[in-house]
Design a protein. Structure first.
Length: 494
């Protein structure tokens, strides 16, 4: 049988077969031994494995360096999340800025279109005046010719008249007629009339030529401004697309950092953006619509561009307290000695400084208004009838409008003419505080509250916190909620 001592299982030589009665006994004796040996061998590795598990030393506790590194990793993750959120906020602000750039370019184009229209009108007027002056000069020449023929028939001298008729322009006429004193009566009148008519005709022709050139330059400027506005729109679209792609990537990274889904993180960021806008709107609205009881008194100076749009409550300096009354002079002594000189009376308190005059010609109460409340309601109804039409650069209808084209068309339909562009509309209309808004009034947005030339958008107040507007390319004319951020200090009443 195998030798299993000390784990030695080397097979031993098989004994010679045994015959006879002892063979069966021998085989019976061998069978149990052959079964026991493999069973022990099979159990042996399990025992050794169990022994190995028992004797393995326990895991070592994390070191101070391990703890420090883990904490640093958490801090890095938190910093990364914060940086991602900051970048998302920057992207939202960039999107708003891109829209302002487009609206500003559109308003610049509207300005150049208005300039070109005015230049064409001036050119047409100058051309008409030149034609009229030329006709007057021709009529004067004919009268002069007629008079010259009469002189010739009656034997008079027509030398001066012939000199005037053969002259080349007014200067030559004046040079050739230095002997006008030789001509009397009707001849003198005829020559002078012709001279005057010719001078007017030449002047009007120069003005017509200059006006035509100015109109051409204005048209070129309008074309350049349109191209710039279209480039601004293209750049803004590309910027917005890149921003959306970057935002999606940042949201995915935030979701991984927070171990959430991209959908959950996107909803969270949308809510953060909405909250950020709502807080900015609330702050701007509070500035433009002060608390009750703080409205400025009539005639008070308009608040500055960056100041609170409200009144003077809590902001105007109080008048200095009056100086105390002087103490009564002491009773005079009975001695006839002269009384001491009285103490000088205290200086009176300085009067409050007068309210400073507005530093801008576009303060509260400036401008003019010719429209009634009924006209404002009619203007709103007209503007609302255009809802759904497209925004068109420089559009004044009927198939599309820009922002000032819509407001101008609405008030024109109501019987009140206002300027063409939003900037000129703000300068023209009566400036009112926002708590006085009524349907038909105009609200303006600009980059610099103190500078009307920074205005880039105008809309019409509908009422109930709503406006009707032509906002920007790609967005149809619409009625929407009032936006308070970046509004000008005052609303306007045409």
């Amino acid at each position: 049988m195998p030798n299993v001592r000390d784990g030695d299982v080397t097979p031993q030589p098989r004994p010679a077969p045994v015959d006879g009665p002892g063979a069966a006994c021998l085989r019976a004796a061998r069978r149990p031994v052959a079964r026991r040996v493999p069973r022990r061998l099979a159990v042996l590795p399990v025992g050794l494995l169990t022994l190995g598990l028992v004797v393995t030393p326990a895991a070592a506790a994390p070191s101070t360096d391990d703890v420090r590194e883990a904490r640093a990793g958490v801090a890095r993750a938190q910093m990364s999340v914060a940086q991602l959120e900051v970048r998302l906020a920057e992207l939202a602000a960039s999107a708003e800025s891109a829209e302002v750039v487009v609206q500003t370019a559109a308003e610049d184009y509207a300005r150049t279109v208005a300039d070109a229209d005015a230049a064409r009108a001036r050119a047409a007027d100058a051309s008409g005046r030149a034609e009229h002056a030329a006709a007057e000069a021709e009529e004067a020449r004919r009268r002069l010719v007629t008079f010259a023929r009469q002189l010739a028939r009656t034997g008079g001298s027509a030398d001066v008249l012939e000199a005037a008729l053969s002259a080349d322009g007014f200067q030559d006429v004046a040079r050739r007629t230095t002997v006008l004193d030789q001509v009397t009566g009707k001849a003198d009148d005829a020559v002078q009339e012709y001279q005057a008519a010719l001078l007017v005709a030449e002047t009007m022709q120069r003005r017509s030529t200059d006006a035509a050139q100015a109109a051409g330059a204005a048209a070129d400027a309008a074309a350049d401004a349109l191209a710039q506005a279209e480039r601004a729109q293209t750049d803004a679209d590309a910027s917005l697309a890149a921003g959306r792609a970057e935002r999606d990537g940042l949201i995915t990274a935030l979701a991984a950092a927070r171990q959430t889904s991209a959908e959950v993180e996107r909803a969270r960021q949308d809510a953060l953006d909405a909250d950020r806008r709502a807080r900015a709107e609330a702050a701007a609205q509070a500035q433009r619509l002060p608390a009750a009881g703080t409205a400025p008194a009539p005639g008070a100076p308009a608040p500055g561009g960056g100041s609170n749009g409200g009144g003077t409550g809590g902001t105007r300096p109080a008048a200095p307290a009056p100086a105390p009354a002087p103490a009564p002079a002491p009773a005079p002594a009975p001695a006839p000695a002269p009384a001491p000189a009285p103490a000088p009376a205290p200086a009176p308190a300085p009067a409050p400084a007068p309210a400073p005059a507005p530093s801008t010609p576009y303060g509260l109460g400036t401008g003019t208004s010719r429209g009634s409340a009924a006209a404002g309601a009619a203007a709103v109804a007209w503007a609302q009838s255009k809802v759904g039409l497209p925004y068109v650069y420089g559009g004044t209808g009927p198939d599309g409008y820009d922002c000032s084209g819509l407001t101008g068309g609405a008030w024109r339909a109501a019987g009140v003419g206002i300027n063409r562009t939003s900037r000129d509309q703000y300068k023209q209309v009566l400036k009112i505080s926002y708590d006085q808004l009524r349907p038909g009034d105009l609200v303006f947005w600009g980059d610099n509250p103190a500078d009307p030339n920074s205005i880039y958008h105008v809309a019409m107040w509908v009422g109930g916190g709503q406006i009707v507007e032509a906002s920007k390319p790609g967005v149809p004319l619409r009625v929407t909620s009032m936006r308070w951020s970046k509004t000008m200090p005052f609303a306007g009443r045409p």
